[in-house]
Design a protein around this ligand. Structure first.
Ligand SMILES: Nc1ncnc2c1ncn2[C@@H]1O[C@H](COP(=O)(O)OP(=O)(O)OP(=O)(O)O)[C@@H](O)[C@H]1O
Ligand SMILES: [Mg+2]
Length: 262
């Protein structure tokens, strides 16, 4: 049987303008079910603004964003945010740092920074399921402020999972993680992908591009420089042009890494 692949996200010619400057300009792409994407580009090229606009945190100044065929303008954002979740450092700083891990996960049900409403049995069960899925049951009662950076990131992924989104958008999730925590965190993401969740992943480090990521966007000065299949786009030449430096790109068994000095 030929199953029709659904389009999760359709970005049509969007631009974001602030103080008369184009922060991103004329960006178009679409993401289908079963696709995982990495976005790479220099500091300030517009990656975070792009992510905020595709996760309904901001409206583009021009163009359209459709999520499962619904234009984000004129659709209930509460419903769309159940399908697409975002995790970023910026959001990481907004949570109640004295809340417990479990309460932060539960706060995802209310789109709030704390839990102010009564939690029902189903919500409680889902939070326990997530703690187990992410293997952080032992952190359940810990205060967010006292967690390591990697533990905080897992907690926020947990919060993003409450409504079983199809797509999780991650803005540089491995920032501040040591090598062991990075591997642990990336393995958690691999497990989520194997359970049917799709990722959009912004990173500065190609070593974080897990084998499950099959598409890449290279951004330069607010525009898409290259886009497409990972094996065609993630080349030494393309990265040199995107990052504006000389480098050597290595590849082995599904993983990439960069050597800066040749
Ligand atoms: N109000 C504003 N007016 C003009 N430019 C702005 C404004 N707000 C943000 N910018 C600029 O928009 C650009 C894109 O920012 P964005 O945060 O999307 O970059 P980024 O690619 O995520 O960078 P990084 O890798 O450092 O996270 C930056 O150069 C920033 O200085
Ligand atoms: Mg950014």
């Amino acid at each position: 049987m030929n199953k029709k692949v659904k389009k999760i996200l359709n970005v049509k010619n969007i631009s974001i303008i602030r103080d008369n400057n184009y922060i991103i300009k004329n960006i178009s792409f679409s993401i289908n079910e079963y696709e995982n994407w990495a976005i790479i580009g220099k500091n300030g090229c517009g990656k975070s603004f792009l992510l905020k606009s595709i996760s309904t945190m901001i409206y583009p100044s021009k163009g359209e964003v459709e999520i499962y065929g619904n234009n984000i303008v004129g659709t209930n954002l509460w419903d769309l945010r159940k399908k697409i979740a975002i995790v970023s450092d910026e959001l990481q700083k907004q949570y109640d740092e004295y809340a417990t891990v479990k309460n932060i996960i539960l706060s995802g049900f209310f789109s709030s920074i704390g839990v102010w409403q009564k939690v029902n049995k189903i919500q409680n069960r889902r939070a326990n399921e997530i703690l187990e899925q992410l293997n952080i049951q032992n952190l359940s009662h810990r205060i967010y402020k006292t967690l390591s950076s990697g533990e905080q990131k897992k907690t926020l992924i947990g919060r993003a999972l409450v409504f079983r989104p199809k797509l999780i958008i991650l803005d540089e999730p491995c920032n501040g993680l040591d090598v062991a925590s990075k591997i642990d965190f990336l393995n958690t993401l691999r497990k989520l992908v194997s359970n049917g969740i799709n990722l959009i992943f912004v990173t500065h480090n190609v070593e974080e591009i897990i084998p499950e990521i099959n598409n890449v966007i290279l951004m330069k000065k607010g525009k898409i420089h290259k886009i497409g299949d990972k094996k065609d786009i993630l080349t030494e030449n393309n990265l040199k042009h995107t990052l504006g430096i000389d480098l050597k790109l290595n590849y082995d068994n599904g993983f990439y890494w960069i050597q800066l000095y040749k």
